[in-house]
Design a protein around this ligand. Sequence first.
Ligand code: ZN
Length: 393
Amino acid sequence: MAEQAVPGHNRWHPDIPPVVAIDPGGSYRIECKEWTDEQITNSDSADDITSVNLDKCHMLSGPFAVNGAQPGDILVVDILDMGPFPEHEWGYTGIFAKDNGGGFLCDHFPDSAKAVWDLEGIYCTSRHLPGVRFAGLSHPGLLGCAPSHDLLAEWNRRETALVEANPDRITGDPASVSQDPPLALLPLEKDALLGTLPPDHHARVAGEAARTVPPRDHGGNVDIKNLSKGTRIYFPVYVEDALFSIGDLHFSQGDGEITFCGAIEMPGYIDLGFDLIKGGVAKYGLDAANPHGNPVFVPGPVEPRYNRYLMFEGICVEDGRNYYMDATVAYRRACLNAIEYLKCALGYTGEQAYLLLGAAPIEGRIGGIVDIPNCAVTVGIPLEILDRDILPG
Ligand code: ZN
C-alpha cells in the first residue's frame, strides 16, 4: 500500500487527507488490500503468522471525502456487493501467537496456526480443514468515519488510562514482567502510513493517531459478520466531509472472530452507495446514551440459509472460579466445549476446530444474563457445512 501513487492509511486521524471526493447519491467500487497488506501467503506453514508485523495493520482504503457532509449528519452507507479479486481467489484464517496478536483462547492455544481457503464462487473449502464446505457470508470487518480531534483525544485518554492501570502488561515485550498481551495499543509512529499527509506533519499525526484494532464509537473494526451484502449502515459524522474509510474484507467469519484473525481474510473489491441525512445524529438520538453515539445498521437480505445447528452452552465458571455475569467467560467456555466436541466428532486437532469456529458462520448468542451469578451463552455450528452427521447417537 505504501508504494501506491495515492496510498491509503493504517491509523485513524482527522488530518489524514482524503484520497478522493465523492457525492452523496452515488455508488462506487473500492478496492481493498488484505488487512496485513498481504504479508500472509498461500502456504502450509504458519511461520508468516508467527512473524507478522502487526504495526502495519489494518491497511485501509480511503479516506473518502463525502461532499456536503457536516458533523452531526448521518452518513448512509449501502453495501451493494463485494468479493475477492479474480486473480486472488483464496483467503486464510490465522491463530495468532500469544506473544504476537493473541486471540480469544490464547491461553489454550498459544502458538500460531493457519488454514488456507480456496474460494469458488460463493463457496469455500480448505485443504487444512477436511470435511467442511460452506457459502460465505461476506462482509467488511472495518469501516467508519474519521474521528474529530476531540473524539480522538477522548479515545487516547481512556485507552491510556486502561494501559496505565495495568503496568505489567504495558508492552507485551518479552522483557516485560508479564508475557500477556497489552490491554490496548496506543499510538505508534513506527510503520504508521498516513496517506498523502505531508512529511512535516507525520511525526505529530502519528503520535496522536489511533490504532485500528478496536471497534470504537464510530464503528471501526467491529468485525460483525452480518454487515453483509445488502446491509445499510448509518454512521455518525464527526468532521467536515465525513472522511470515510474501509478495509479488512472477510469472505466469512463466525460470531466473535475468535482466533483474532478468525475470519477468512482476503483482498478484494467492495461496491458502496453513499447518502447523507442532514442533522440525523440528533434527530435519531445516535448521541443520546453517549456523547459520541455508535452506528446502527439493517442487515442485508442475502445470506446463506442454514436450518439446523448444534448449539453449545457455556456459563461464567472457569477453573473452579465463579465469575459474576461475565458473558466473555461464558462465551469462552461455550467455544471450548465446541472445540472438544469437534475434536471427537471430526478427528480434528484443537487448532483445526478453533480455526473452523473462527471462519465458519457460527452463531453466538446471549441466552440469560439476569440469573445471578451465571449468564448462559451459546455458540452454534450449522450442521449443513459438514460432510457427516456429528450428532450424538
Ligand atoms: Zn479481518
